[in-house]
Design a protein around this ligand. Structure first.
Ligand code: FRU
Length: 482
């Protein structure tokens, strides 16, 4: 390991195109809801310190998921405790009695002794102000079960047209599913657990239906944050593909996957009532293993890019796909644009390119490439470089952060990620989003995602794109500044 261990804070390290709080600590995305032309995002926030503390809901909104406007803090702690994670829905039918079209936030109240209860708050002015419901809490943990939190609520419509509210809640290493007519009275409908994939605790569940892109079916996806000692990086986002009948989620036991193979994609949540039937989610780009120690000053914690979700039948089963929302492409300023280029040993398509906020988009013709590796290196500087390596023989993608700058002295920070990209023939797309303190890699129609925080010096801004031991044929390559 290089001798550059240091805790010097990164002062200029604010992400360029990733969301951060105006100042201080941020964790999970909360209350994601689209209303009146705006995507609202609330988030776990400690406004007075750069570490986890009395949790509030910060608030921002965006017309396009790319440029964000900060708003007043929406929810602050009270006698029932801190404001932990939760979701928001539009109550068009005024089922709760707060007004037709009210935004209703459903969140966890967390007391210092660990007791967790679900509560409501509502807004009748498109999210400008929130009022806590006087009857809070609306759902208490039976027998004081600990780890009873993070309600995600959505509207379910059955085949007969009947509608109900559904809440998925993380309870220990299970997801409990509740139903309600009015968001106030909740009835337990089912309990979901799995064998062998549980870890220590589950957090922030989400449940949504998606169409299979290359089929004529729809499937349900249950996603959870898993705190697991088995994971090299301790925290990750898992998903199950299955069926949901309004009360119970079922899946085949082989349908258990990681949504992201990096260390820094957690507590992901999808937007309620997004337009055009799109499903977009966003995750906290961090890991509880070291979240409180990342070397930043004045701010700590960023969101991932918002990602459009889909499902693809891979032949080996139905899998989740993720792609940065298309709105991000409008921010691109082209630096390099090449078609049908043959990269020989010694060539470097990144030569002369510099940047800390970049979008690299390449399509590799696997049939015509003979190299053992394609190496995309970013944030190159003196003794620093973060390499994304496509091993063409093994069909794997890897990223490590051994030379990615300031190393955090934590066992779950070091290490490399290696993921199979499946394809050995045809075309393989690779997209790399680089920002001041992060890297997101998407490949193979979005079936692979790897998200990692990195902490190189601001001056490490070089790029290299090289072939090892043979040629790599790129049908297209675009490098853009963001
Ligand atoms: C997940 C989580 C949630 C909790 C929140 C507290 O990152 O631990 O389970 O509600 O963060 O900030």
């Amino acid at each position: 390991m290089p001798d550059n261990l240091s805790h010097d804070p990164i002062e200029q390290g604010r992400p360029v195109f990733h969301f951060t709080a105006p100042s201080n600590w941020l964790n999970d995305p909360n209350g994601l809801v689209y209303v009146d032309g705006a995507y609202h995002m609330f988030y776990q926030h400690h406004p007075h310190d750069n570490t986890f503390g009395p949790q509030h809901w910060g608030h921002a909104s965006s017309p396009d998921l790319v440029s964000w406007r900060h708003h007043e803090i929406a929810l602050a702690p009270d006698d029932l405790g801190m404001i932990f994670s939760g979701s928001a829905v539009i109550d068009s039918g005024n089922t709760a009695g707060f007004g037709a079209g009210a935004i209703v936030a459903v969140f966890t109240h967390h007391l210092a002794d660990g007791v967790e209860r679900q509560s409501l708050a509502f807004s009748t002015d498109s999210g400008t102000t929130f009022h806590k419901y006087v009857g809070n809490p609306v759902l208490e943990s039976p027998d004081g079960v600990p780890d009873f939190r993070d309600p995600k609520v959505f509207r379910w419509t059955g085949d007969d047209g009947d509608e109900t509210w559904v809440m998925v809640l993380a309870v220990g290493v299970e997801v409990w599913i509740y139903i309600s007519d009015d968001l106030i009275e909740w009835e337990l409908a089912s309990q979901f657990s799995t064998d062998g994939h549980s870890g220590r605790v589950w957090e922030c569940p989400d449940l949504f239906e998606l169409r299979v892109a290359n089929g004529d079916t729809k499937k349900w996806v249950l996603a959870i944050g898993v705190d697991s000692a088995d994971l090299p990086h301790l925290y990750g986002t898992r998903y199950f593909v299955g069926e949901f009948d309004g009360k119970t989620f079922t899946h085949s036991h082989t349908d258990v996957h990681w949504a992201d193979h990096g260390a820094d994609f957690y507590a992901a949540q999808s937007w309620s009532s997004a337009p055009d039937d799109r499903k977009v989610w966003i995750g906290w780009m961090n890991n509880w293993g070291y979240a409180r120690e990342t070397p930043t000053e004045g701010w700590r914690g960023a969101m991932s890019v918002p990602r459009e979700l889909g499902l693809l039948d891979t032949g080996d089963g139905i899998r989740l796909t993720q792609a940065p929302v298309r709105e991000l492409e409008r921010k691109r300023r082209a630096i390099v644009r090449r078609d049908n280029v043959t990269l020989e040993v010694g060539d470097d398509l990144g030569e002369g390119v510099r940047g800390v906020a970049l979008d690299i988009d390449a399509t590799v013709n696997l049939d015509r490439s003979t190299a053992s590796e394609l190496r995309i290196s970013v944030r190159i500087g003196e003794d620093e470089s973060t390499d994304i390596v496509l091993d063409l023989a093994e069909s794997t993608l890897s990223v490590d952060r051994f030379r990615s700058g300031r190393h955090l002295i934590h066992r779950s920070y070091a290490g490399s990620r290696l993921v199979s990209v499946g394809e050995k023939q045809g075309m393989l797309d690779i997209r790399v989003l680089v920002d001041a303190t992060s890297l997101e890699v998407f490949a193979g129609h979005g079936l692979v995602a790897i998200t990692e925080q990195i902490f190189p010096s601001a001056s490490s801004d070089g790029v290299a794109i090289e072939a090892v031991d043979g040629v790599v044929v790129l049908t297209s390559l675009e490098i853009s500044g963001l």
